[in-house]
Design a protein around this ligand. Structure first.
Ligand SMILES: Cc1cc2nc3c(=O)[nH]c(=O)nc-3n(C[C@H](O)[C@H](O)[C@H](O)COP(=O)(O)OP(=O)(O)OC[C@H]3O[C@@H](n4cnc5c(N)ncnc54)[C@H](O)[C@@H]3O)c2cc1C
Length: 813
């Protein structure tokens, strides 16, 4: 496959692994034929050729499951379409559990899978043995069986996809190394190779573990790092056969499958080994790293327990292959915020074979449509800022990532490695007062504060965790007295210029042309009417706005706003997140506390809800915004970062006798759920519209904005999907999100967030209820709702209005 390089093409794909080939396949199937794929060595010679070929369908989110399901369906029919065999075998997957927590996890998985459209059956230990006769099951409590999963020969999938793409006009060129991406005016314009340059309208980086370097050379952040991943292949064993299911024993960190009459045995150990290499060598093709039997000793010991036939067999092959991992175990995909028309699909965290079909399809659709056709936030390249691209940080973090595939999927699990790289000025003060921190977008955020002799360390479980009572105290403090929250990680931007109003009117669903000093809550929509973001906007001056959105969204929102400012418009957006610290002062005594430290008039008349003022706080000056995300009287104080600590100290000293309480993000979550406040990334996504989300009140229908057409169309039809708040009738269980919702015994959706509502006195969650015949208020009122909790169904009260209403000071349960 070495043709001469063309001088020009529409799309250049860099990298001929399974991902690059899939992107080429799907772009050409959407009619973009002018596609050139450049591979520095041979197709599939990077990581793809030595993968174990496991293709599982079920992932943790609906979108990711759609991606994998599509891959499996594609591979099953790929030979027919391309004439090239890919070795697809639908052998099924078997996941065994030897601990009660793992059983709960499997039951949770099985329950949600129904809604995701993946068949999962819970079976007993003996049934598991019947499916994998070489297994020892005396310590197995049960298993999950996924009959439609399968396996492939990864290299052949890449080749088949390449052939399919070629048959529709794509050109594949091997031994063509891309040196760098060429760009001008903030836009990719082509690539420079060892053999000359190619001009292109689009460049797609699918360079596996080489992709970070390619990104660095053109100023694009692609945080990934290679890690060693190990599997071994036995000699033929009696009783092993090719049709054995793909087995997984996550408690022992193992996977195993048949290969002919041998067994392939792989490990996802909790602590893995980064490849200690200065730079990934260019010519690393169809190569492996040295076997590491020492590192494999523990998995091998465990495997000999689980599959006794391994005790006496010889191992004929040790595969030590490097694969790229990202800081959060999700791959990286989409258009780079730094360069228009530069797309990326890389960092597949050991699931690149199972994901390649879907990832290629949705990336191709993204390119052709100009926006994602599915909620791809969990893999969106815009979730990382440059802070995440530090090599030392990556090397430290990836140690933990590979093993996550098999670690218990605790609902609120926090990363343990590479912590503490983004701290607010209050960090040490809060730590000294018992803060237990979580991490979001790199920011260390207090989740809860230890009290009554409890250590500030989470003891994970699917039920109530050790912080339950601490959380209750913080939740009540905000409801009944006054609490202070460090919300510094919130994303903040300034939009200004002569055309700022016009730009924001086009971007925002709500009317932003409000008097100076007022705030507006609004959604930012895509052409489909889905939420690209939701934020609070403060009009600071005629031509200046201050915008506040969630902690995770900084670069995504920034990019979305930037891309929607036309060249002829006089408006600029700047990220000012790090310039301001934020303290939420919330609760019925918030006014009482703040009045002690400011000379500003905080009365309702002088400082009504939804307005902003500069006020003194002790000797400092703060931008005080009268808004709340917890449903109580309160102010958010936006303070220059260097004054955050003095403002905090002033407040805490002044509120000592009032009983002012430090509170964390777990309390914010439960408080906002009781008040029915939605969160972007949970209740709101590019696939959810404001009518379904119950936020139509925040849309100004009489003005033009992006997404209006789609929303007007949606408005004229009956809603078949609606966001509902649920409160369990039993006060004991916990809800975390991702639990199935049943109406009259039928699955109708799943929860998007969950917590424990200490004011309503039970677990609380939100989730979309779906019904093709319509989801009317009557449907909600009359339905018998249940939420699946670890395999059990628990009765729940369903609310369209918030279950807690502070104005009416009553609980509507
Ligand atoms: C031991 C092991 C077992 C695995 N088992 C499974 C499994 O069972 N199931 C599963 O889903 N996943 C598995 N994986 C993961 C899977 O192999 C990868 O996620 C997948 O192959 C990644 O594909 P890719 O196309 O991104 O990368 P690659 O296959 O590495 O392809 C990238 C290509 O880009 C080329 N390239 C890079 N830079 C340039 C440049 N500058 N110019 C031109 N070309 C360039 C490289 O030469 C390379 O060929 C496994 C991984 C390992 C290591």
């Amino acid at each position: 496959m070495s043709s001469p390089l063309p001088r020009e093409t529409r799309v250049v794909i860099v990298g001929g692994g399974i991902i690059g080939c899939s992107v080429a396949y799907h772009l050409t199937s959407l009619g973009w034929k002018d596609v050139v794929l450049l591979e520095q060595n041979q197709l599939a010679g990077g990581t793809t050729w030595h993968a174990a070929g496991l293709v599982g369908r079920l992932r943790t989110t609906n979108s990711m499951t759609k991606i994998n399901k599509y891959s499996a369906e594609l591979y099953a029919g790929l030979e027919k379409k391309t004439g090239h065999s890919v070795g697809w075998k639908q052998v099924g997957s078997l996941i065994v559990a030897k601990s009660e927590d793992r059983m709960i996890q499997l039951r949770r998985t099985a329950a949600i899978s129904e809604w995701f459209g993946v068949e999962v059956q819970m079976i007993g230990a003996e049934e598991a043995k019947a499916k994998w006769p070489l297994l020892r099951v005396d310590d197995v409590l049960g298993a999950a069986w996924l009959p439609h999963d399968g396996k492939v020969i990864p290299k052949e999938v890449a080749v088949a996809l390449a052939k399919g793409a070629q048959s529709r006009g794509a050109t594949m060129i091997e031994n063509a190394r891309v040196l760098e991406v060429e760009h001008a005016d903030g836009r990719a314009t082509g690539v420079k190779t060892e053999q000359g340059s190619i001009k292109a309208e689009f460049v797609v980086l699918c360079g596996g573990m080489w992709t970070r370097e390619l990104g660095l050379r053109c100023g694009v952040t692609i945080p990934l790092y290679p890690v060693e991943h190990h599997y071994v292949v036995t000699e033929p064993i009696e009783g092993a056969f090719d049709g054995l299911p793909v087995g997984r024993d996550p408690d022992l960190c193992l996977y195993f499958r048949g290969e002919g009459n041998a067994v392939v045995l792989g490990a996802f150990q909790a602590e893995s080994k980064p490849w200690m290499v200065e730079r990934v060598p260019d010519r690393f093709s169809f190569q492996l790293l040295e076997p590491d039997w020492e590192k494999f000793a523990e998995p091998l010991k465990n495997a000999k327990w689980r599959i006794p036939a391994l005790q006496t067999c010889r191992f004929e092959k040790f595969v030590n292959g490097p694969e790229s991992f990202t800081p959060d175990n999700n791959f990286i995909m989409g258009e780079a915020p730094e360069l228009r028309n530069l797309f990326v699909a890389a960092g597949f965290n050991s699931v690149g074979i199972a994901s390649a079909g879907g990832a290629g399809k949705y990336l191709a659709e993204w390119m052709v449509e100009g926006q994602p056709t599915l909620d791809l936030w969990s893999v969106d390249i815009r979730r990382f800022g440059s802070w995440a691209n530090n090599r030392e940080y990556l090397r430290a973090r990836v140690v933990e990532i590979l093993g996550l595939h098999y670690q218990p999927a605790w609902p609120n699990r926090e990363f343990e490695t590479a912590r503490g790289i983004r701290k607010t000025p209050l960090h040490d003060r809060l730590a000294a007062q018992g803060a237990c921190f979580g991490v979001k977008n790199g920011w260390e955020r207090p989740n809860w504060f230890a009290r009554d002799g409890i250590r500030p360390v989470v003891e994970y479980s699917f039920g109530r965790q050790n912080w339950f009572d601490c959380h209750a105290a913080e939740h009540r403090a905000a409801r009944e007295n006054v609490a202070v929250f460090d919300q510094t990680g919130f994303s903040k931007y300034v939009v200004q210029g002569r055309d700022a109003v016009g730009v924001l009117q086009r971007l925002c669903g709500n009317n932003v042309n409000v008097p100076v000093g007022k705030t507006v809550y609004t959604g930012l929509f895509n052409e489909r009417g889905g939420f690209e973001s939701d934020l609070t906007l403060v009009r600071l001056a005629a031509e200046e706005f201050y915008l506040i959105s969630g902690t995770a969204q900084t670069w995504r929102d920034l990019e979305w706003i930037k891309r929607n400012i036309r060249r002829d418009e006089h408006a600029e957006v700047a990220d000012v997140t790090s310039a301001f610290g934020v303290l939420g002062v919330m609760g019925p005594n918030a006014r009482g506390l703040l009045s002690r430290v400011t000379d500003a008039n905080l009365s309702n008349d002088a400082f009504p809800f939804g307005t902003v003022r500069e006020i003194s706080v002790g000797q400092a000056t703060a931008r005080a915004i009268r808004i709340t995300y917890v449903g109580e009287l309160g102010w958010e104080l936006h303070v220059p970062t260097e004054q955050l600590a003095p403002v905090y100290d002033t407040l805490m000293a002044a509120g000592n006798d009032l009983g002012v309480t430090n509170a964390g993000h777990y309390a914010i979550n439960s408080l906002r759920l009781e008040k029915g406040y939605r969160a972007w990334g949970a209740e709101l996504s590019p696939d959810d519209n404001p009518l379904e989300a119950g936020l139509a009140f925040a849309v100004a229908w009489d003005k033009a904005f992006i997404g209006r057409e789609a929303l007007l169309k949606a408005k004229s039809t009956e809603l078949t999907r609606r966001l509902v708040v649920f409160v369990l009738k039993d006060s004991r269980p916990m809800l975390w999100g991702s639990e199935p919702i049943y109406c009259n015994g039928r699955a109708v959706g799943y929860t998007t967030s969950g917590s424990y509502g200490h004011t309503v006195g039970a677990a609380i969650a939100m989730g979309y209820v779906n019904n093709t015949a319509g989801v009317t208020p009557e449907f909600i009122r009359s339905g018998r709702f249940e939420i699946g909790v670890a395999g059990e169904r628990c009765a729940a009260a369903a609310h369209l209005a918030p279950p807690y209403d502070p104005k009416r000071a009553r609980i509507l349960v």
